[in-house]
Structure formats: structure tokens, C-alpha cells
Design a protein around this ligand. Sequence first.
Ligand SMILES: Nc1ncnc2c1ncn2[C@@H]1O[C@H](COP(=O)(O)OP(=O)(O)O)[C@@H](O)[C@H]1O
Ligand SMILES: [Mg+2]
Length: 246
Amino acid sequence: MANSDLSIKDLRAGYGTLDILNGVDLDVPAGQFVALMGPNGAGKSTLLKTLYGMTTIKGGIIEWQGRNIAGYKSRAILGEGISFVPQGRCNFPVMTVDENLQMAAYTIRDSRVKADRDYVYDLFPILKTRRSTLAGNMSGGEQQLLEVAMAVLQRPKVLLVDEPSVGLSPAAIHIVFDELLRLHAAGQTILLVEQNTKKAMEVAERAVILRLGKVIWDGLPKDITHDELGELFLTGKMRGENEAVH
Ligand SMILES: Nc1ncnc2c1ncn2[C@@H]1O[C@H](COP(=O)(O)OP(=O)(O)O)[C@@H](O)[C@H]1O
Ligand SMILES: [Mg+2]
């Protein structure tokens, strides 16, 4: 039986001749909620983009359901059940919430679109109350929810989300993370990139730290303090260690 674990091995990728990921190893088991953190420029977004077929792969393996999907095009990866919510809000601002969801359902058979929108409205009750509102007139938090909802409409097996909290008020961040927790409780596998480490450590089951294009720490949020996290971001080492942790 095909499993829905994602297993990344020695992944090297970048932009043209520029190398950004320098051998990333990371497993995302089905059903897990993983937070990927690290300093600016570490390659977090590049990793998500690479999983979604948007960068130049130099080597390594992205094993998915028993196959290596490294090098697949984004459309094929979406078809494999991997959806990506890129950083920033890029929905269609002069369309309503309902119309945005219709756009997201573009790849789905017509007969299923209505049922799938209802499914999304059940998962995101806030959006249901906003269904006739122009997306551009909603708050930042609501727009971010819409972005996640558009990806969820594809019923992905794995949801990749890049920095959903950027530019949001604390109240809006709370709403977005609450929805991610609800999705996870419903069985959704999530790989979340997040600069709000406090929030990420609260919601995720597992914390992974990327630095200079490599995973330097991988463990349970309870096993690392906020100070140690900061130290790792800054130096790549835990306090008192002489060598970088690998
Ligand atoms: N489209 C691109 N073309 C060239 N270099 C890029 C591109 N996008 C990002 N980079 C570079 O890749 C490195 C990692 O960026 P990124 O993955 O966005 O880091 P993070 O998300 O961890 O902050 C940075 O040095 C950045 O300048
Ligand atoms: Mg980024």
C-alpha cells in the first residue's frame, strides 16, 4: 500500500547556478504537523518551493508514495496531493470569497465544485460568513485564511504553508493558527514555515530548524527552549557546544 509519508533525502536545490539547499534530510510522516524555522535566508521558502517544483534541483530525492517526485512540475505535484500556500496574499482581490474558491476549484470537475466549496465552508466558518465579500476588502487574517482554504479545497494529502502570520495582527494570527490546528485535528499533514517561533512551537508537533540550507535541529518543541532556539538561529550551535549540531 502506498503511504503518504514525505521523505526528503540529501536534497540540493537552488536558482539556476545558485545553490541554496545543501543536502536537506527531512521526513514528514502522514498526519504530522511540522514547523520549519530558521533565520532569514536559511532556505525555508526555497525548500517549500522545491517540494512544489519551482526551483532547480541539483540532487537528492523527494520520496512520495514510493516514488521520487524530484523534478516533477508544479501541476503534477498538485495532482500528487501536495498543495502550497506561498508567502504573501495573492488571491484575487476584486473577486468575492466564493469566486476565489471557484478559481481554486478550476482543476476540479464541475460537479464537485459546489460540494467542495461547502466542505471548505464547514472547515472555515469565518469564510462562510464572508462568502459574498470582495477578498480585497477583508482583513489580512481573513485573506490568509482564504489562501489556506483555496489550497485545502484541493483536498491535499500534504499542505505546505509559508509564513502565514507575516503582517498580521496578534488577533488575526490567532485565527489563522486556530484554523491550522483544526485542519490538523481533522487529519491534515502540514509542513509550516514560520518566523513567529513562539506560535509555531505552540501548535506544531515537531520543530525543524534550517540554517544555511541544512537541517541543524529536529525534535520536539518541548525539548528546546526559546533561548536555545535563538542561539541556534544565530550561531548554528547550542550554548556550550563547540561544534555545530548535526
Ligand atoms: N528567485 C530567487 N532567485 C535567486 N535567489 C533567490 C530567489 N529566492 C530566494 N533567493 C535566495 O535564496 C536564499 C534563501 O531564501 P529563502 O528560501 O527565501 O529563505 P528563507 O525563506 O529561509 O528566509 C536567499 O539568499 C535568497 O536571497
Ligand atoms: Mg521565506
